[in-house]
Design a protein around this ligand. Structure first.
Ligand code: PGA
Length: 255
């Protein structure tokens, strides 16, 4: 099976100059990690200079979002074809976009299709709110988000072209990490759902939500957690490198 993926989502943080310095520090702290894929997702304004910083490092570059058309009258949007060829990844469906900006399940699906069709690898983020978890609908919410994300595809995308990030909304930026058991249960369910509903197997499923250097190892030890989408801790090169190190040493060997 493929290596775990540790992706750092900087969100709307750092100036361009600070971002170049952070990317340089991450590159130097991470080194050449054996057996782990590493990606950083800076703001759009930083992508081009950070691409130069990462050249030859093996660290992947990703965008935090992307639009669902390849060109046209869409003021302020960035299309996948603008990124393809020099950016490796695009994230779609992050909960901050769903919940703060009103992005719908259907829009996430259109973005996913357009990005994959343009040659980007895609991280599709899904996850339940606290009230959805409390009312016992976690699996139903995640299934609905997955089904909508895959709905625009005529035939299922290749397993290598995307990863799913399971990010419980109540754990993002709150310091309240899901327990390894809670995260494992949903990550396994996601794999079962993709296999049963779409005959897709071998997709990596990441956990995201207050991942730190201290809790990463126990999460990565779970059988169906294939890496992490890291927010806050990805803004510190040493903490991020420690999470990458935990992925290199703590992932189950049978993956
Ligand atoms: P966090 O963010 O690590 O700061 O909780 C994770 C994410 O939103 O991807």
């Amino acid at each position: 099976m493929t290596a775990p993926l540790v992706a750092g989502n900087w969100k709307m943080n750092t100036t361009v100059q600070e971002g170049i310095a952070l990317a340089t520090a991450i590159r130097d702290a991470v080194g050449k990690p054996g057996g782990v894929e590493v990606a950083i997702l800076p703001p759009f304004t930083h992508l081009w200079p950070v691409h130069d910083v990462l050249e030859g490092s093996g660290i992947l570059l990703g965008a935090q979002d992307v639009f669902w058309e390849t060109s046209g009258a869409y003021t302020g949007e960035i299309s996948p074809t603008m990124l393809a060829g020099w950016c490796d990844l695009a994230l779609v469906g992050h909960s901050e976009r769903r919940h703060l900006l009103g992005e719908t399940d259907a829009q996430v699906g259109r973005k996913f299709l357009c990005a994959v069709s343009s040659g980007l690898r895609v991280i599709v983020a899904v996850g339940e709110t606290e009230s959805e978890r409390d009312s016992g609908t976690t699996f139903a919410v995640v299934d609905r988000q997955l089904d909508a994300a895959l709905a625009p595809f005529e035939s299922p995308p290749a397993a290598e072209s995307f990863v799913i990030a399971y990010e419980p909304v109540w754990a993002i930026g709150t310091g309240r990490t899901a327990s390894p058991e809670q995260a494992q249960e949903v990550c396994r369910h996601i794999k079962e759902h993709l296999a049963a509903g779409f005959a897709i197997t071998g997709v990596r499923v990441l956990y995201g939500g207050s991942v730190t250097a201290d809790n990463a190892a126990v999460l990565f030890a779970e059988a169906d957690i294939d890496g992490a989408l890291v927010g806050g801790a990805s803004l510190n090169s040493d903490k991020f490198a420690a999470i990458v190190g935990a992925a290199a040493t703590s992932s189950p060997p049978a993956r």
